[in-house]
Ligand binder design. Structure first.
Ligand code: CA
Length: 229
């Protein structure tokens, strides 16, 4: 079944390019040229993922994102203009799942779409839920954490949190995103829950490898940082 992507973009040539490229890659797409139509098409088309421009006529990308989030947690990738770093941060805080900076390469867009869909379990492809890095294996099938060749007992939520972060290396997640995506919307905790779990994970992982680490991004959240060395 083809995955559906809604493109909300007022620049015709960009929208057209995304539409053609994604259709060629096997996605079903729909295009909305302003924010109002974006919300309308979101409800009618029921996309698996939304590509959302920020500067839009009628209703801007932030307002569209808010409307979408009032209804469900369909993954949203924001399209931001170069240099709008504040937009990235506010986008993530407002519940966007990733962002792509314009001008972008179609290949990058495709890679981001696949990564986000995988994270949401929309795309599985039968692969096992196991991530491996230098001296680290996180297995979400057997719920096993292997650190430097040894099995380390880890509570399920810690393992799920680590898996979630490590499945999108170098991507910053806000605490609220992690709460929603790892604990679920109906969880009655606050962001300190995330901090506590990160702290416990760090105790298990600190100094194990120089190729990755759990990083705090001040004022935003956390990321699983991977350095190419
Ligand atoms: Ca625009």
């Amino acid at each position: 079944m083809a995955r559906k992507v809604l493109i909300v973009e007022d620049e015709n040539n960009i929208a057209e390019l995304l539409h053609l490229y994604l259709e060629k890659e096997g996605f079903e797409t729909d295009v909305a040229g302003d924010g109002g139509k974006g919300v309308e098409r979101f409800r009618a088309f029921r996309p698996d993922l939304v590509l959302l421009d920020i500067m839009l006529p009628v209703m801007d990308g932030w307002s569209v994102l808010k409307k979408i989030r009032e209804e469900d947690n369909t993954p949203v990738i924001m399209l931001t203009a170069k240099g709008e770093t504040d937009d990235k941060v506010s986008g993530l805080e407002m519940g966007a799942d990733d962002y792509i900076v314009k001008p972008f390469e179609m290949k990058e867009v495709l890679a981001r779409i696949h990564a986000v869909l995988r994270r949401f379990g929309v795309e599985e492809g039968g692969e096992e839920k196991k991530l491996s890095y230098d001296k680290l294996t996180v297995n979400l099938d057997s719920y096993e954490l292997m650190v430097d060749g040894r099995r380390v007992d880890t509570p399920p939520k810690e393992l799920e949190l680590l898996y979630h972060l490590a499945s999108a290396p170098n991507r910053v997640f806000t605490r609220n995103q992690l709460l929603d995506e790892v604990w679920g919307f109906d969880y009655f905790g606050d962001s300190r829950t995330v901090d506590v779990h990160i702290k416990r994970l760090r105790e298990k992982l600190e100094g194990v490898s120089s190729q990755w680490s759990l990083k705090t991004v001040w004022g935003v959240g956390y990321k699983f940082e991977v350095t190419n060395s």
